[in-house]
Design a protein around this ligand. Structure first.
Ligand code: PLP
Length: 341
């Protein structure tokens, strides 16, 4: 029996068509800058976002960590949400890789505001304080249940950053999910950010790969840091081909994932043991159950029906929709959720 896997949108497997372009990819040594497929991917995605350059890396953790290390010196401070992936899920990399510290903001479902940012910026003339050096946003927000930023707030934050001469970084692991919903043009959306990290291995369904975007000088520095972090890959065109295919073919269909997530939300809301479902905005459903025990019982019940979901902190569970969830899987899953008692 096949397992229906809602644990993450990273679990997708390359389709036959994707595997074909990967098998046929032109390759070269990317550390020498000679892999034509990597170069094509970097160029196409940079253009799509109106940025000068891009850098292909093995993971989104690496693209974020490289960006932070380029922007910050040891002792500097990064402003981000307390739920931010760069802080919560990257193994303390901000401290370890860049030697930087963090200033954590409460945020609303992980979305921080211009006012919060401005009041967290340190007085650079006071020698007691760490030097505020970077502001980082995440869109969509993973721990915030796939919440999307209001683009006006992004602009407001960027205005504050400009006032204090601070770069703004975007952890855009799921930025394509945000762009499908917010209706903002990619070039406009990218403009307020000095650096952007995107993942091809999440909802777009590539097996491996992330990109860091920025201006030429930033990417030149990032390339050096990627090598230091051990992320310089050789005939990386094999995986870049899958990433390019994912970028070209799988953006539009994210709508289906969002619709499926809303169907799951609707179904979960009906269950007596579900206290609250974070209003679904994209492809992530986070539900708070009455107790940790009821969450565990529900997850075990689903598992027994060959449906996988994740525990997500005290009494909460997370389901993520993606391109390997078929309509048949959805019908089966909704039926099983409804029958839980
Ligand atoms: C998945 C993810 C990343 C990158 O994760 P990797 O597994 O290292 O590719 C970064 N930020 C967010 C918000 C993510 O969800």
């Amino acid at each position: 029996m096949r397992r229906i896997d809602f644990r993450s949108d990273t679990v997708t497997k390359p389709s036959d068509a994707m595997r074909k372009v990967m098998a046929d990819a032109l390759v070269g040594d990317d550390v020498f800058g000679e892999d034509p497929t990597v170069n094509a991917l970097e160029k196409e995605v940079a253009q799509y976002f109106g940025k000068e350059a891009a850098l292909f890396c093995p993971s989104g953790t690496q693209t974020n960590q490289i960006a932070i290390a380029v922007h910050c010196r040891p002792g500097d401070e990064v402003i981000c949400a307390e739920d931010a992936h760069i802080y919560m899920y990257e193994g303390g990399g901000i401290a370890r890789n860049a030697g930087a510290s963090v200033r954590l903001l409460k945020g609303n479902r992980g979305r921080i505001t211009a006012n919060e940012v401005e009041s967290a910026i340190m007085d650079a003339d006071n020698v007691h304080f760490p030097l505020t050096r970077l502001v980082a946003l995440e869109d969509t927000m993973n721990r915030g249940g796939g919440a999307i930023y209001d683009f006006q707030e992004v602009i407001n934050i960027s205005t504050v950053c400009k006032k204090y001469n601070l770069p703004l970084h975007l952890d855009g692991a799921r930025v394509f999910n945000a762009l499908i919903e917010n209706g903002v043009q990619p070039v406009d959306y990218a403009a307020p950010f000095e650096s952007i990290s995107i993942c091809l291995s999440k909802g777009l369904g590539a097996p491996v790969g992330s990109l860091l975007l920025g201006n030429k000088d930033f990417i030149r520095q990032a390339r050096r840091v990627r090598k230091v972090f051990g992320g310089g890959m050789r005939q990386a065109g094999i995986i870049a081909a899958g990433a390019l295919y994912a970028f070209r073919e799988n953006r539009e269909r994210l709508k289906v994932d969002h619709e499926n997530a809303r169907r799951i939300e609707e179904c979960l809301t009906q269950l007596s043991e579900v206290v609250e479902v974070m209003p679904v905005q994209t492809n992530i459903v986070v539900a708070k159950m009455q107790t940790t025990d009821s969450a565990q019982r529900f997850l075990a019940y689903l598992m027994n029906e060959n449906i996988l979901a994740m525990p997500f902190g005290a009494g909460a569970i997370r389901l993520v929709t993606h391109l390997d969830i078929s309509e048949q899987d959805m019908i089966y899953t909704l039926e099983k959720i409804t029958s839980f008692e």
